[in-house]
Ligand binder design. Sequence first.
Ligand SMILES: [Zn+2]
Length: 249
Amino acid sequence: MEFVRRGLSRFARPIGRIIYPPVCAGCGGALAEAPAVCPGCWRSLRFIERPYCEVLGLPFSYDLGRGFLSAEAIADPPVFARLRAALVYETLAARMVASLKYADRADLVPLMAAWMRRAGGEAIADCDIVVPVPLHARRLIARRFNQSAELARAIARAERLAYAPLCLRRKRATLSQVGLGPAERLENVRGAFEVTAGREAEVRGRRVLLVDDVFTTGATVSAATRALKRAGAAEVSVLVFARVAAGAG
Ligand SMILES: [Zn+2]
């Protein structure tokens, strides 16, 4: 079977190249190799590098040395252990998120997951299991595709980590968080998640890497973290593709 699969992929790859010549994930310009972005699009991306808040992953303008926390993390400590994001949520990074979510651009997954793995660092090294933020079943049917699950699956596979897409579920359909204020976002997702009955053992005592596409106010991943902890998760770290850079609530 392994031989067949390998044989097939060897056969399939050159054909894939002919049908889909490598293009920039940003502007669609021709590239020597995919997945990648061209130098112009690369310059428009703001990757989050240290120095940043070790808890919230918020970039600092000045290097105060490792281990410093943002005022937000001190004033209002999150329920999750730490948050890491590959990029600031703006311009091309925001367009990539929208393309993945609404335009079925599954071809962006390998590149986005690779950038997230780079940002994940110790959050990935210290985790036992990768869990995506789930969509409600009805929304999944409508959209056919859970962008967070696709990113989480790619990260888990590349890092050889256990992937548990079914252990967390949305109990009820929530409104889209887009367009809601911070208080409304919190209310919208409060109690929306639970660990699936019969799957508690997947998270009990485990260090979970919770994967989502975007971090805005943190309401969604906080609600999901609470559900994982209620089921006995030892620790939850959050890894997202992009986060808003100013403030966190
Ligand atoms: Zn480009």
